[in-house]
Design a protein around this ligand. Structure first.
Ligand code: C2O
Ligand code: CU
Length: 703
């Protein structure tokens, strides 16, 4: 009997173990330089004892949706696994009661098993999984829809996120002295930077529930701290003034310093016309408006009109479209507004400081008047310590690893934002993310949401969503229908706790919508869709750009921690949890780059030229091999594009964009419509990354 079963096993193996139909370009078995990282988006399955002839792997794709990643309302990463299996014998060979194989997802401790569907040799797309860390298991079962796993396990493998491990605390505790020597030697930390009389580096605030290693606590940025000197002008925070501009109108816009009160404390910040956010500009599509800009700051600046497809000489890029406007200087911008949507304006000099201190305003472009209630909402976060604002680096930007995450959330400049709606009413929210680096995962309690538009246009159909994933510089419009009271606007994400090697929930309240009365709930009309003519040029991209970082002159502790950290990178770094090392790393130590894979050239040495009217496929590769891989919101000035695929998978809805959230280790293809001649920047919109060089210029030659 025993012999027979062994024979049957061999026969089964030889007859059924045909190789699975290969998936073209399977990144797990055939990784290419420009495919998604196999290390972050594959699971290699290990055969259990007795099933050694079997083999398999799992491709982890984001579940297709309107965003370039997929997460739950709580921010848990959601994958669509595709399993590729080979060498499975007939199930009853392994277990006489078994008739089929089933794939399961479970936790790293095998706490609960969820049936993902029956599987066979070859390729099977499984049900989506929503776990921070998980294990995929294949077992032989009596039927495909069993709810309890009882059969024999043949293959298993842990998600890449299970590699997140706590560091050896002992080792880092002993490194304290090294850290102090590294950071304190040979640098004057006095407040000699321009600005506030004597700002000092003290400590950096920690997010709740996150610990810092003792050695990390000793780190300080190797630059002078700076903050603006106090201003005469005191402003009360209030809604930005609505400025309606007709074609031919002129707006005087002044960037200057103000004293603002936030949560009862006074800070010196920057503002446009004394307001932060700056005045809300409302224009008709096709209008032509003049802005007479005055720089009343004590530092040079420019104004960039994010997303507008205007004359490139009006684009506000220092040393490219204009020289920076010196303190006391002026510049006249002529603006045109070819597309409906919500845009924004911000400086393009030391964004890490100037934009963070409050220089940002929205522009609403419409061809028809709004119907129904709308809220234009600018999201931001400010980093406040015990002594006030955490100073900025005078010579170079601080926080050059992950960017400057704030700990005070601001909605339209307000820490306690309150909106209003009636029960059953649908309010259209236009969100703009003006934060330096934070990507939000927004949702309302007691409401349903449908996504209607993004950067430069509308979706063909409204897309129901459970949350809105919005990276720096992106805009999304959602129709929110309020079903009851307590409609709290929240940011719900999963943070990586590096000290304990685990994921933790972070939930922040950004504001609240007071819901009263009932609406005569008329269905809200969707904005007319900007029909998206999608003639996708097939085949290979015309240009492949890779994004990554090199580090120089790092203190010992930081380089050791980065080594550990590189075991796993989450698709999006939702929260700044390596607080000390991030703060103490400057843009002179982290060299973020964009590389033309075809020529090997980097940053400003890239010389990519196209002709006006060209439509080009461009591939964006986020290099996982970098010492710190993380997501980048990549922004292209003056044109519009559409996302064709993320890790080879097409999104479920299309819309014109100017900024794409490129997840860590991921590859995205975009189709760019180069319709606007001139010299245009492409860069990461994390303020500290652009400050450290992650930018290039593309030239569109006129036809
Ligand atoms: Cu809003 Cu060059 O950016
Ligand atoms: Cu970046």
């Amino acid at each position: 009997m025993r012999l027979n079963s062994r024979l049957a096993w061999c026969l089964a193996v030889s007859s059924l173990a045909s190789s699975p139909a290969p998936i073209p370009g399977d990144r797990c078995t055939d990784p290419l330089a420009d495919s998604a990282s196999p290390d972050l988006y594959c699971i290699h399955l290990i055969a259990a004892p007795g099933a050694e002839s079997t083999s398999g792997h799992v491709l982890l794709d984001f579940v297709p949706g309107p965003f370039t990643i997929s997460v739950t309302r709580d921010g848990v990463q959601r994958y669509r696994p595709t399993i590729v299996l080979d060498g499975l014998p007939r199930p009853d060979v392994l277990d006489s009661a078994a008739t089929t194989y089933v794939a399961w997802v479970t936790t790293p401790r095998y706490a609960e098993f969820v049936n993902l569907g029956a599987v066979t040799n070859g390729v099977t797309v499984l049900a989506p999984v929503e776990f921070d860390q998980f294990v995929i298991v294949v077992s032989a079962e009596a039927s495909g829809d069993v709810r309890e796993r009882t059969g024999r396990i043949v293959l298993r493998g842990g998600s890449p996120s299970t590699r997140l491990q706590p560091p050896d605390i002992q080792q880092f505790a002993l490194a304290v002295t090294g850290a102090i020597d590294d950071t304190m030697s040979g640098h004057d930390h006095g407040g000699t930077g321009g600005g506030n009389a004597t700002p000092r580096w003290t400590t950096v605030p920690m997010p709740a529930g996150i610990a810092m290693l003792p050695s990390e606590m000793a780190l300080r940025p190797p630059v002078d701290p700076t903050l603006p000197v106090p201003a005469e002008l005191r402003v009360a925070s209030r809604r930005p003034t609505l400025v309606r501009l007709a074609s031919g109108d002129t707006l005087a816009l002044v960037a200057g310093r103000v004293q603002r009160r936030i949560h009862g404390r006074e800070y010196t910040m920057y503002a446009f016309n004394g307001e932060s956010p700056g005045p809300l500009l409302s224009v008709a599509r096709g209008a032509r408006v003049t802005v007479q800009f005055t720089n009343a700051l004590d530092v040079p600046t420019t104004v960039h009109w994010h997303g507008l497809r205007l004359d490139w000489r009006m684009d506000g890029v220092p040393h490219l479209s204009q020289e920076p406007v010196p303190p006391g200087g002026h510049f006249t911008y002529t603006l045109t507004f070819p597309d409906d949507g919500v845009y924004w304006y911000h400086p393009h000099v030391r964004e890490d400081m100037q934009q963070d201190l409050g220089l940002a305003g929205n522009i609403v472009v419409r061809s028809t008047p709004a119907s129904g209630r709308e809220e234009i909402v600018m999201l931001d976060d400010l980093l406040v310590g015990l002594d006030g604002l955490v100073p900025f680096g005078a010579q170079h930007a601080t926080h050059a690893l992950m960017g400057r995450f704030g700990n005070v959330f601001l909605i339209n400049g307000e820490p306690r934002w309150v909106g209003a709606a009636r029960a059953g009413e649908t309010v259209r929210f236009w969100f703009t993310n003006a934060a330096n680096t934070r990507t939000f995962n927004l949702s309302f309690a007691n409401a349903t949401m449908r996504l209607v538009a993004s950067d430069l246009g509308t979706y063909d159909q409204p897309v129901p969503v459970e949350s809105v994933v919005i990276a720096p510089a992106e805009r999304y419009a959602v129709d929110v229908t309020f079903t009851g009271g307590g409609a709290v606007l929240e940011n719900r994400v999963r943070a990586l706790d590096h000290v304990f090697g685990r994921f933790i929930a972070q939930v922040d309240t950004l504001g609240v919508v007071q819901v009263g009365g009932t609406a005569g709930a008329a269905a809200r009309p969707s904005p007319s869709a900007t029909t998206v003519p999608l003639i996708v040029p097939p085949g290979e991209p015309d240009l492949t750009l890779a994004f990554g970082v090199r580090m120089t002159d790092l203190p010992y502790v930081t380089s050791r921690m980065m080594l550990l950290d590189s075991a796993y990178f989450h698709p999006v770094e939702w929260s700044g949890t390596m607080v000390g090392m991030n703060w103490a790393t400057t843009s002179a130590q982290a060299h973020w780059f964009v590389r033309d894979v075809g020529t090997g050239r980097e940053n400003e040495a890239i010389d990519y030229r196209v002709r006006q009217g060209d439509r080009r496929r461009i591939r964006l590769v986020n290099e996982r091999g970098s010492v710190h891989a993380m997501h980048h919101p990549i922004h292209l000035h003056g044109q519009r594009f559409m996302v064709l695929s993320v890790n080879g998978v097409a999104p479920a809805a299309r819309v014109w964009k100017d900024t794409i959230l490129l997840p860590a280790g991921a590859v995205a293809d975009i189709l760019v419509e180069f319709d606007n001649p001139g010299r245009w920047m492409l860069h990461c919109h994390i303020a500290e990354h652009v400050e450290s060089g992650m930018m290039t210029t593309l030239t569109v030659e006129p036809r």
